[in-house]
Design a protein around this ligand. Sequence first.
Ligand SMILES: [Zn+2]
Ligand SMILES: [Zn+2]
Length: 182
Amino acid sequence: MSIDNNLIVILLLFVICALALIIVILIFFLLKVLSKESPKIDGPPQASESPRPSVNRSFCSFHSEEHAVSTCAICHQSICQSCYRETDGLHFCSEHLRTYTENQWALLSQVRSSVEQPEDGLEVYLFKTQLWDKDLTPSYLVTHYQIDVQGDYVETLTSLYVKESELESLQEQFHAYKKASQ
Ligand SMILES: [Zn+2]
Ligand SMILES: [Zn+2]
């Protein structure tokens, strides 16, 4: 009798294994069919690719794997924690911290702009950007915000600093730039 019992148990196990195998094969085919159909509805994969460019901007310009924590005041490059240098409340990449500390700086222009007229500050900003993009002329902006009781920005004081040795020629350039943009 015990031999028969053992045989039944073995047979049962065999049937259970066979059923399990069939279920696994069925699931496998089901997944295969589903994965064949899904590329036709390829809206979602495209949607997941589109945010990438905006994510890239938040990576360090010198270390593409590292997230950016700030931008350099002189070259505007995105910088990660290990590139980031701060002094006098300004942020620099390691190269331009040296530029900053090894030079004397002079105020080229100071612009007061309000919420109603933000374009006054924009002009200085555009000139500064152009100085770097065209001639790699280092300069930096210092921005002070004046905030009212409600916590709203009322006024922005933007100061553009350039190398003292280049002040005169850049003053002329800025003058010409303002004339041209009017
Ligand atoms: Zn820099
Ligand atoms: Zn970095």
